[in-house]
Design a binder for this molecule. Structure first.
Ligand SMILES: Cc1cc2nc3c(=O)[nH]c(=O)nc-3n(C[C@H](O)[C@H](O)[C@H](O)COP(=O)(O)OP(=O)(O)OC[C@H]3O[C@@H](n4cnc5c(N)ncnc54)[C@H](O)[C@@H]3O)c2cc1C
Length: 405
């Protein structure tokens, strides 16, 4: 099908990819509303993309090798062991393959933004206040105006206004624990040679784990250390975080910082504790974990993408991948359908099941890696491999495979 006037609410990963897919899929007019006035690229830390998912997205023309990345190949698992003198890294439990490219969120977004065709009307600093959706079209209220479209796409993240218009009762549910996150230049590492550049590291402890890997930082070969530590805070310290919210760098309160310091000092081996301690207050931020998935990805003339449609816990390693895959599915739906209802229904049939798979996977991994952790010290290479296979189950870690579009 060709033609049509489409509004995209949100101009982050999903929104930029949607604008590209819509133009390629033949939409006549595309308007992107992005609340942030600019400088989106200065925010964000690291994300990882499975090599196989990258290859599919590259074939689909959404990503390419000019987007700065760092190649990681293995995932080494450590645990602190006070009984065996195991050195600053801790005791190694296992090494598993980890074929992922890692990205710095800002430069990745900037590259996607650069690929949005000039013909799309990309409005930075434009907040959508409300959306109305009917079986024939959609009205978007923003900046004191109301504009009418054939279709509205919700690419406006986990607190989506578009989702609220079609699913007012679907709300992110608090997972019961937090992610403390940080990133900083890797020349701050005291003993970088102890940690191979192509290794992602999982440091496990009772009730949580630290994940850390390097991400690109400007010039080739220059990196930042990116880390995420998942655990439940002491009771009461997450008050106010149970309803969807984001805490920006530098805003973590004393109690939550003290808990992080306790984990770094008492539960992590010294090298990995140092990785956390090297982070300044301004580089540290908190991400309370939520998850949900919309029952359908398309309702009347509204279509949901990325985090607006589904948020799976980040243990799945697939948030950005899923958002980009949603765009490739949108493009295929547009090129194969002859009417909007057909295209929306094809998109929904393709993507809603993936949303459910990823949320289930995130919950299973959250249980295994945070909420009901095994006796880590009892696991060896074979034991950890078997545990991972049971916990991952579907093999959807890093995202579900997609056929060429
Ligand atoms: C600045 C920023 C930095 C991030 N950094 C990381 C990171 O380092 N690592 C990581 O794994 N993930 C990061 N994320 C999240 C990541 O992009 C998503 O989890 C995933 O890629 C899906 O993207 P999305 O586009 O669906 O949602 P988001 O990336 O959440 O984008 C939603 C967009 O919609 C806009 N928006 C929301 N409401 C409105 C409205 N009413 N009107 C207009 N615009 C609206 C927001 O400003 C935002 O740009 C970041 C997101 C943002 C916005």
């Amino acid at each position: 099908m060709r033609g049509g006037k489409v509004a995209v609410v949100g101009g982050s990963i999903a929104g930029c990819a949607a604008a590209l897919a819509l133009r390629r899929g033949g939409a006549d007019e595309v308007t992107v509303y992005e609340r942030a006035a600019g400088r989106l690229a200065d925010r964000g830390v690291g994300l990882a993309m499975h090599n196989a998912r990258y290859a599919e997205l590259e074939l689909a023309g959404l990503v390419d090798a000019s987007m700065p990345y760092h190649q990681v190949t293995r995932r080494r698992w450590y645990v602190r062991d006070d009984v065996v003198a195991s050195g600053p890294l801790g005791r190694e439990l296992a090494v598993l393959p980890f074929p992922f490219r890692t990205y710095n969120w800002g430069p990745l977004w900037r590259e996607l933004r650069r690929r949005v065709p000039e013909a799309a009307d990309f409005r930075h600093g434009s907040t959508v206040e409300a959306v109305e959706v009917t079986p024939e079209g959609a009205a978007v209220h923003a900046d004191g105006h109301t504009d009418r479209y054939d279709v509205v796409i919700g690419a406006d993240g986990y607190r989506s206004a578009v989702r609220a218009a079609v699913y007012p009762d679907v709300q992110p549910g608090y997972a019961g624990y937090l992610a403390w996150r940080g990133a900083y230049p890797s020349d701050r590492l005291r003993d970088p040679d102890l940690w191979a550049e192509d290794e992602c590291v999982y440091v496990v402890f009772p009730g949580g784990h630290l994940v850390t890997y390097r991400i690109p930082d400007g010039a080739p070969g220059v990196h930042r250390v990116n880390w995420v530590l998942y655990t439940a805070p002491p009771p009461g310290l997450d008050q106010g975080l149970q309803t969807p919210t984001t805490l920006h760098p530098g805003t973590a309160g004393d109690g939550l910082r003290a808990h992080l310091a306790y984990v770094a000092d008492e539960l992590l081996p010294t090298f990995w504790g140092d990785v956390v301690r090297a982070t300044t207050h301004d580089e540290l931020f908190l991400q309370p974990l939520y998850d949900f998935t919309a029952p359908r990805y398309a309702v009347d003339r509204a279509l949901l993408m990325g985090d607006a449609a589904t948020v799976a816990r980040p243990h799945t390693g697939a948030g950005a991948v899923k958002a980009l895959q949603d765009a490739t599915a949108l493009q295929s739906a547009l090129t194969s359908a002859s009417t909007w209802p057909e295209a929306l229904s094809a998109y929904d049939a393709d993507r809603a099941p993936t949303g459910r798979i990823m949320v289930d996977l995130g919950r299973r991994l959250g249980r295994g890696l945070v909420q009901e952790t095994p006796d880590w010290r009892s696991l060896d290479q074979a034991g950890l491999e078997a545990w991972w296979q049971r916990t991952d189950g579907t093999g959807a870690f890093g995202g579900t495979p997609r056929a060429r579009t």
